[in-house]
Design a binder for this molecule. Structure first.
Ligand code: AMP
Ligand code: ZN
Length: 140
């Protein structure tokens, strides 16, 4: 269902313009207005879902297929040698548009885009405890 005030729903319905690069029955891809790099593209489902917890698993083939196709085209169009797929869930994770979307960001060696700093668990037991805690919350 479309949400009345959702910008991405309005883009999907054609009521707000976008720089479209791809469309099929289920998904739409268009350039991000504020690109990290030229060619930075967003892939959205046409139907409104807030985030990964709300979107149905049945959406996966259409999104996966669009990410592959558009990712390859963005690479060719920009001369990139790789791309990142980013998807933010929740304010704390940097989500600002609450209609689920995947970012495709073209990359070249040495382009200076940051990588996340990674740390270490203090010991093997802590790591196992965290894994067990996460696993305990999974639906069997
Ligand atoms: P996120 O922070 O993951 O929610 O990403 C939202 C993205 O949507 C940002 O990168 C914005 O630049 C982009 N954005 C917001 N409004 C528009 C719009 N009307 N057309 C294209 N991109 C947009
Ligand atoms: Zn929406």
């Amino acid at each position: 269902m479309a949400e009345e005030k959702c910008i991405f729903c309005l883009i999907a319905s054609g009521d707000i313009p976008c720089a479209k690069v791809y469309e099929d029955e289920e998904v739409l891809a268009f350039l991000d207005l504020s690109p990290v790099r030229p060619g930075h593209t967003l892939v959205i489902p046409k139907a409104h879902y807030r985030d990964m917890l709300e979107a149905p698993v049945s959406l996966a083939p259409a999104v996966f297929s669009a990410l592959r196709k558009v990712g390859a085209a963005v690479m060719k169009a920009t001369g990139a040698t790789g791309f990142n797929i980013m998807q933010n869930n929740g304010l704390s994770a940097g989500q600002t548009m609450f209609h689920i979307h995947w970012h495709i960001i073209p990359r070249v060696e040495g382009d200076g885009l940051g990588v996340w700093e990674q740390g270490k668990y203090p010991d093997a037991e802590t790591m196992q405890n965290v894994a067990a805690r996460v696993a305990s919350y999974l639906e069997k």
